[in-house]
Every structure is written in C-alpha cells, then in structure tokens.
Design a protein around this ligand. Structure first.
Ligand SMILES: C[S@@+](CC[C@H](N)C(=O)[O-])C[C@H]1O[C@@H](n2cnc3c(N)ncnc32)[C@H](O)[C@@H]1O
Length: 765
C-alpha cells in the first residue's frame, strides 16, 4: 500500500527530513512559491504521489520556470521530480531546456502537459531506501546555481521590477542604459552586475524593441512623477478617426500642426500617414523614451523637441527642454512660430500623464508632496486661474488639459484630442468647450489592471456649456480585437449630496457631546487621532450618514452609515423624522459595488442635481413605495455598519435600521409594515430570517443585542486560517452560507428595484 495518499503530507515529511540538513533556518513557507511545490536554493522541486510519466511532470516544471523568467525571478539550475511513494528523485538540469523555458505558456502549469519529450534525467536518486543517494540529494539541494536567461520583451518588465526592488536607488539608466547617443550609461541588462548569475547581457544596440514597454520600465521615482500609462495600439488607431475629423476642420489654405507634448515613444502617432506625420511635432520628458521616439519617428515628423541630442540633453533621467509643464517649453520658438501664425491650425493629440495624488495607491506610497510636476510653472499659473476648482490640481493630466486651452488653442477651428477620465469635464468643470466627438475606452488597456472608463474626446476651441453628450464605447476582447459596447451618455454634475441633502447644523433640543465611532461601527477611542466630529446626542438621532464626493474612485471609503457619529465627521445625523428621505444617498453610494463594468466606473457618479425634482416627488407622496424599498435594501446591505452596543457613556445604542425584532421592533421593522411585499421582497425577508436563525445558533450570539447584517458578519461569522492549507475555515458554516446567499439576493433586488429611480432623480448621473 502507498505510504501517502495526500501529496501535502508526503511533501511535509520530505522537507522535515531534508531541510535540517540543507539549511536548518529555512521553513516550508520560505520555500513554497508561485504555486509550485518549492524552490530550495538553486532547485525547483515538484512532488507527486506517483510519477508514471516523467515527461509531463518535467514539462510542468518548465512552465513554472518560464513563469519565473517572465516575473524576473532567477531560474534554478536544478529540477527535481520527486515520486513520494517510491522515494525517488529524478534530477534534471534546466539549462538543457532553456529554449523551452524562454517560450510563453498560457493556462495552468499542471494542465495539458502531454506530448512533451524531454531527455534522460541527469541523476536518479533512490533517496527513500539508499543512504548514499539521500546524501547525494542533500548535496544537490545545497547547490545555489542558476540558469542564465535572455532578456526580451516578455520578461524585461519583470526583471526591471526585481532590479528596482533590489537596488531601490537605481534609476532607469542603471537598468536599460546603452552605448548610443550622448549620454552613455551602460545599464544592467547590457552589463549585468546585480543579476550577473541570472541573465545574459542583452545585445540589442538600442531599446527600440521595448518601445511599447518604456512606461513599465520606469524606476520608482519616475513612475510617480511621469504618470505614464501607454495607449493600446487599437485605441490609438481608433482615436485617429478624431484626428482626421480635426484635420477636416482645417480651413482651406491653412497649414496645420499636430502637437503631442507627451508622446512617450510615439504610440499615438504610429498610425498616421507619412503626409500627416509631416505635420507632427512630438516631445517627451523621459530620456529613454526620447531616444526611442527619435529612432522611430525622428526622420518622419516635422519636429522633435529637442531636435537632436546634445551633451546637455540628459538631465537626471529627463530631457532638457522637453518638460511640457515648464516655462521654457511654452516659450519654445519651434512651436511658437506656429502658434503665432494665424494661417496655421493647431491640433493637439495627447494622452497626458496620469497621476492622481488622492488615489489610495498613491497615498499608500505617501507620494503626495514630492511629485515634481506640483512645482511646475503650469501649476503655478493654473493656480492663478480663479475659475479652476481646487480639486483639479491633484491630477497631473489636468495640467496638460488646462494648458492646452490656455496656451495652444487660439482659433475656433483648432482642436484638442485628449485621452483622460471624464471627471475633468463632468465634475471638475475644468473646461467648457465645444464637444465634437469621442469614444469611451477601457482603462485596463492602458497598462493598468483597472476596469474603468477613459474618454478620448475631440474638443473645439469655442466655449460651450454642454449638459450632456454621447460617446461610443469600445473594449478589447481576448482575441485582441476592438469590441463595440454601445453608446454611453455622459452628463455633467453640478452639485453633490452634502450641498443639497445633508441636514446642516444641530437642532435646538440636541445635546452637545457624545460618543463617536470608527468606520466599522464600533465606538472610537476618545483620544484617537484625527477626530473632527462635534458629537450630538438626541433621542431622535438614529444614525450618522457620510456619503462623500461625486466619484466612485474609492467607493467604500466614501460612505459610512453608523449608529453614532463618524470620528472624522463629513456627514450628518439621521433622525427618526427624516431617515426615509435620506437613505437614497446611501443606496446610491453602493452603485459601483453592484455594477463593476468598465463602462460604469469613472463614468457614473453621485449627484444632487435632481434635488428639486426629488423634493417635489417626496411632498406629493410619489416615492412612498420606493422609499420603503430603499429602507429594506439599507437594512440588508453590508456597508451599513450600524451596530447595537452600550457606549462608554453608559447609553445603550440600538441599531434601528435592521430587521432583528428579537428585542422589540426596530424603526425599520415598524416602518416596513406598510410595505406591500412582492415576491423578491418576500424572498429577502425569508433569507434574512434564515440568517438570523443561524446567527442565534452561534456561540458568539448575544441575546441582548439587536443585530444588523454587518454586525452578524463582523461578530458572529467568525473564521480562522488553516495553518496547513492556508485556507479560511468558517466556524459557523451555515451562517456564512446564509449570509452569502443574502448578498446575491440583495444585489439583484438593488439593480431591479432601486437603481432605476436613483437615476430618475439623478442621485446617480
Ligand atoms: C500616458 S503616457 C502617453 C504616452 C503615449 N503618447 C501613449 O499614448 O502611449 C504620458 C507620457 O507623458 C510623459 N510625460 C510625463 N510628464 C511629462 C512632462 N512634464 N512633459 C512631457 N512629457 C511628460 C511620460 O513620460 C509618458 O511618456
């Protein structure tokens, strides 16, 4: 009979036996990596209960090694195929299979491995019953050598990431520098030092082969400052339709230029005809992009800024004179001659750098203050413009958009074709110009992994206050083809909830003072940092609601519904006499959670523009039924973080916006009695009852509390991590199952019964 029936058990025994001899300071967790069975020094190990076919397991390992190369991880020299029940290790050398390792594979490494024909193993070690072989195995496992791989387009980004991690102070030149041009730093890929044991020197003379990856090869500092996210080839091609429209607007007899101040390596210009290119002026501030731009487009375009490389061109990784946000650039005589020529039409065609200092990712990196563009000339000029809202300064792309209209577009037939998320027009009102056409593209195809809407718009120079317009949407499918996804409407937003719907100030019978909460609904420490709320206490207060801003960029951090005030304020107290009319704000704040398609994200936002219409509908009773639906949804939604608890002030705070009647009716229960339930609503109540019944069966249940869904999830749906498998194990499986089922029902109910009215009254727009 086989000793092992579970691979995991055999693997743990193997490591327990050999690790103390190879390196006693290592644990199994140190070795497990990338879903394979372990990398130990310069060895990849793959365990099986039985190995009937060496070729297929060897092929699986080759796929792991291929993935390691792509990720910029050293490729171990040794491959061990280990049959746990036979106690045999077949040892191969990865260098023999380098050509296969340097191919790309898709799908799981353990699938479709038949048909591969490998060579003979270098060694076969019967470690299970032969001590000499066991010692030989230990010797092999101690070896620390690697198979050198070649750098190509598939792996260079992975190796760049590893390089900047290993040498945090390194600059891009230290990685991809070459021997051409005036600035000669020979980078790691051409003369490996750090990775000399892992990679062969790259022999390409220039970096032109990596033209489409130059943004991803930026060092950490440049990533922060340059906001470079390249445009997919298909999107660049599609945008040319707008360029052609702009060219068609050029008055008879006029010359025209197409200016791209942030061209990168020239992706946008790739599809232009030779004649069109002869009108193009390009520049980019990053030195290695500039060199590739020169190589690819230098001989075809009208001008590159600067025209040729000199000894002064390289300046700490940047190109002297090419910073589009500098005064020097604005005064560049090469461009100026066209701006001053009334018989020349100006077309700007740009995908400006994108770097938002308010984004969560950005804040995590604590990068807010140091970005060099924050000190730019354009920034200082933009700050003088009284019409520009403060929030717009946080977006680097806005500096490009603002300056395009301020300094470059001067005649009604001038045009700007620009890629950028819609908010600069929709909520920030950075420009109010004539809209002449546009497309919606998926941000995912701009070298990010975010599904969201990016608009490519053609603007004219004339002032115009559009309230809405439509654009056609295009995704890119798995086959790499453009996929039309219908027409999207883009509407402008003029007001946000806090301006129109929040209850301002306090009421006469409010008592100043009280406790306040963390965002998870638990009471906050009186001495915690960043307290901004001035708490109020009143028997008619049932909750505190925060729904911040218009956009859905960080949806969960913009909404808080709590039993007492949020420690950092930004919201208002919800009362027994107004809760129904206030809850639609909470409902609207959940839209993106239940509608995650790229066409919705960064396009649909929260607005209070329908406030008058809404108030009218409230006063004539038109919304009574729908308000009950909103209440039901609010009671069953996870982001409602209201809890029942006894505060440090001795007061008992009961969650009134939940459906637990164990300790008497809540305000929600008594209000919902008026609901004439439909099938979906009956289903929701039934599922809630299941959740509550399961909750009561848990050992953590406290019968004196009145539970909402979130408090059940946080306090009763407890779990732990299985040390062996790493998986989450739920203590109360039935409760967890019931909560999951409720989530699905809540989502369907929301989209069918709540969302249409939210749009009708422009809570969503
Ligand atoms: C979003 S990428 C667009 C590149 C290319 N046009 C494309 O669409 O793929 C923005 C480019 O602007 C460059 N850039 C960033 N800041 C700049 C500045 N201040 N002046 C000029 N170029 C800048 C970046 O290096 C990057 O190549």
């Amino acid at each position: 009979m086989d000793k092992y029936t579970l691979e995991r058990d055999g693997q743990i025994d193997f490591y327990k036996r050999f690790l103390p001899r190879v390196n006693p300071s290592l644990t199994i967790d140190d070795i497990l990596d990338d879903n394979n069975d372990g990398v130990l020094n310069g060895n990849l190990l793959e365990f099986k209960l039985r190995i009937p076919d060496l070729n297929s397991v060897l092929f699986q390992c080759i796929k792991y090694l291929s993935a390691m190369r792509v990720k910029g991880k050293p490729v171990p020299a040794g491959i061990h195929l280990i049959d746990l029940n036979a106690g045999v290790d077949w040892y191969f050398e990865s260098s023999t299979y380098l050509a296969d390792i340097e191919k790309l594979y898709s799908g799981g490494a353990s699938k479709d491995n038949s048909g591969f024909i490998g060579g003979k193993p270098v060694k076969t070690l019967n470690y299970g019953n032969n001590d000499v072989d066991a010692e030989n195995l230990i010797m092999l496992l101690k070896q620390n050598s690697y198979t050198k791989i070649h750098i190509d387009e598939n792996c260079i980004v992975g190796w760049a990431t590893s390089f900047y991690k290993a040498v945090p102070t390194a600059r891009k030149e230290d990685f991809i520098g070459d021997d051409t041009g005036a600035h000669k730093t020979i980078g790691e890929i051409r003369k490996p030092k750090k990775f000399s044991e892992f990679i062969y020197p790259y022999t390409g003379e220039t970096n032109v082969k990596f033209n489409y990856l130059m943004d991803k090869l930026n060092d950490t500092l440049q990533k922060k400052n340059l906001g470079a996210f390249y445009t997919h080839k298909l999107y660049a091609e599609k945008a040319l339709e707008l360029v052609h429209k702009a060219i068609a607007r050029v008055p008879e007899g006029n010359d025209y230029i197409i200016l791209d101040r942030c061209a990168g390596t020239g992706n946008l210009e790739n599809g232009l005809s030779d004649d069109e290119l002869s009108h193009v002026i390009v520049s980019t501030v990053e030195y290695y992009e500039y060199k590739v731009l020169q190589e690819l487009l230098g001989s075809k375009v009208r001008h590159i800024i600067p025209p040729t490389e000199t000894n002064d061109t390289f300046n700490a990784g940047l190109v002297t004179g090419a910073d589009a946000l500098s005064k020097e650039y604005l005064e560049n005589p090469v461009i100026k001659q066209y701006l001053e020529n009334t018989k020349c039409t100006i077309i700007l065609f740009e995908n400006p750098p994108y770097s938002e200092t308010t984004s969560i990712e950005h804040q995590k990196r604590k990068a807010g203050k140091t970005s060099f563009w924050k000190q730019s000339y354009i920034m200082s000029e933009m700050k003088k413009d009284k019409e520009v809202k403060g929030s717009t300064y946080n977006d680097l792309s806005n500096l490009f958009i603002w300056s395009a209209f301020k300094y470059y577009l001067r005649q009604p037939t001038d045009s700007y074709i620009v890629f950028s998320p819609i908010k600069y027009w929709k909520t920030q009102h950075l420009i109010s110009r004539e809209f002449l056409g546009g497309f919606a593209f998926n941000r995912r195809h701009f070298h990010t992994n975010i599904d969201a809407c990016v608009m490519c718009a053609l603007w004219g120079q004339s002032k115009k206050n559009h309230r809405r317009f439509s654009i056609r949407a295009y995704d890119i499918d798995k086959e790499g083809k453009l996929k039309a996804e219908g027409t999207l409407s883009i509407k402008r937003i003029y007001s946000i909830y806090s301006q129109k719907f929040y209850e301002k100030g306090s009421r006469t019978d409010d008592i100043q003072g009280g406790i306040f909460a963390e965002f998870d609904g638990t009471e906050a420490d009186k001495n915690r940092a960043s307290i901004r709320i001035r708490p109020l206490t009143n028997d008619n207060i049932i909750a505190y609601l925060v729904v911040k801003g218009a956009n859905f960029d960080n949806p969960d951090s913009c909404v808080h519904l709590l039993t007492v005030g949020a420690y950092d304020a930004n919201g208002f107290y919800v009362r027994r006499d107004n809760f129904l009319e206030k809850l639609p704000m909470f409902c609207a704040s959940r839209y993106i959670t239940y509608n995650r398609e790229w066409t919705e994200r960064a396009r649909i936002m929260k607005s209070a523009d329908g406030a008058e219409k809404y108030k009218k509908a409230l006063s004539n009773g038109k919304l009574e039924k729908w308000l009950l639906k909103s209440l039901l949804f609010t009671c069953l939604e996870m982001q409602n973080h209201m809890r029942t608890f006894t505060g440090s002030d001795g007061r008992f705070y009961k969650n009134e916006l939940c459906l637990d009647g164990t300790n008497g009716e809540t305000l929600a229960i008594s209000t919902l009695k008026a609901m004439n339930k439909n099938e979906k609503e009956n289903e929701l109540f039934e599922q809630w009852n299941r959740v509550l019944a399961c909750a009561k069966d848990t050992s953590e249940y406290n019968s004196s509390l009145t539970y909402g869904v979130y408090q059940i999830f946080a306090e009763l749906d407890t779990s732990y991590k299985d040390e062996k498998t790493g998986e989450t194990v739920y203590n109360n499986v039935e409760l967890h199952t019931a909560l999951q089922a409720l989530k699905g029902l809540v989502k369907d109910y929301y989209n069918a019964e709540i969302v249409p009215t939210l749009f009708e009254y422009e809570f969503l727009k």
